[in-house]
Design a protein around this ligand. Structure first.
Ligand SMILES: [Fe+2]
Ligand SMILES: [Fe+2]
Length: 283
């Protein structure tokens, strides 16, 4: 599998059927406090149909950090599809890490580690890729893949199929391939059969959009990375989130980046893709 960088136009889609707000890697406990309120305002102004948060809500899975993350989420529009990340599993509290790895996440954020949102136009399926046995790595297993496929099949071919994980299905050239979700090839092969359109992820702390290539051929899905929305560890990139507009046969991904000089987020990059059959290509 390889990343293939696509760049498209910035014209808005008409008519837009659904809007997703895609945030990731909030990392409460290690956030730039000045961004919290402007971020909430920007998301509310985007009027998303669904807010997606692709993991790492906290820095160290501490109760106070989860409480702050929960308070932040409570100010964002609903419905929300939120999944855990590797930082939401306690690192140093060994009994908790192995016996109750996501107990605090369940208590403060939500009992469902793999929420699903479905309507006539959209199916958004969350998958928990955080694991106790690895500190940073993540994994998707066959049962999780089959469950997602069943959700997409039930939603029908006319709905846009969106998968949400913390760990990405691939990494841009030059990045550590260990960050890739375990069993990515198995999952993408199966998900491609069920017409997955978008795979939303985080973990890398960089924003990126690419097409999934499988066995040298495009499987069809777009891989969308969100940068870190609030963390002070931005890997050299400004804090950001994505607004994803979905039309019948087109998708536009706009990366909104923090601009300290104006005290708000603004669009830094916009990429547009068209559907041809089961594939998405840059316009
Ligand atoms: Fe992270
Ligand atoms: Fe992570």
């Amino acid at each position: 599998m390889l990343w293939e960088q696509d760049v498209g136009g910035s014209n808005p889609l008409t008519p837009t059927i659904r809007i997703l707000a895609h945030l990731s890697d909030l990392h409460f406990g290690c956030v730039d406090e000045a961004l919290i309120e402007p971020l909430q305002r920007a998301i509310v102004e985007a009027a998303p149909d669904v807010v997606v948060v692709s993991g790492d809500l906290t820095q160290r899975a501490r109760p106070r950090q989860f409480r702050e993350a929960a308070a932040f989420l409570s100010c964002l529009p609903k419905p929300q599809v939120v999944v855990p990340g590797n930082h939401d599993v306690p690192l140093f509290d060994v009994p908790s890490r192995f016996l109750r790895p996501l107990a605090r996440y369940r208590r403060y954020i939500g009992h469902d580690l793999e929420p699903v949102y479905v309507d006539r136009e959209l199916a958004v399926v969350g998958v928990n890729s955080a694991r106790s046995l690895t500190v940073k790595g993540g994994r998707i297993n066959a049962e999780q893949v089959e469950r997602a496929c069943a959700c997409f099949a039930a939603a029908g071919d006319d709905a846009t199929h969106v998968l949400v994980t913390h760990h990405p299905f691939d990494v841009p050239r030059g990045h550590d391939t260990h960050a890739r979700i375990g069993r990515a090839a198995m999952a993408m092969e199966r998900l491609a059969e069920y017409g997955v359109d978008l795979c939303l992820a985080g973990h890398l702390h960089i924003g990126h959009v690419a097409r999934m290539l499988h066995d040298g051929d495009a499987s069809g899905a777009l891989l969308v990375q969100a940068g870190t929305a609030l963390s002070t560890r931005g890997r050299g990139e400004a804090n950001s989130f994505n607004i994803i507009e979905i039309a019948r046969d087109a998708i536009r991904v706009a990366r909104h980046e923090w601009r300290a000089r104006i005290g708000s987020f603004e669009v830094a990059r916009s990429e547009r893709f068209a559907r041809s059959g089961t594939r998405w290509t840059a316009e």
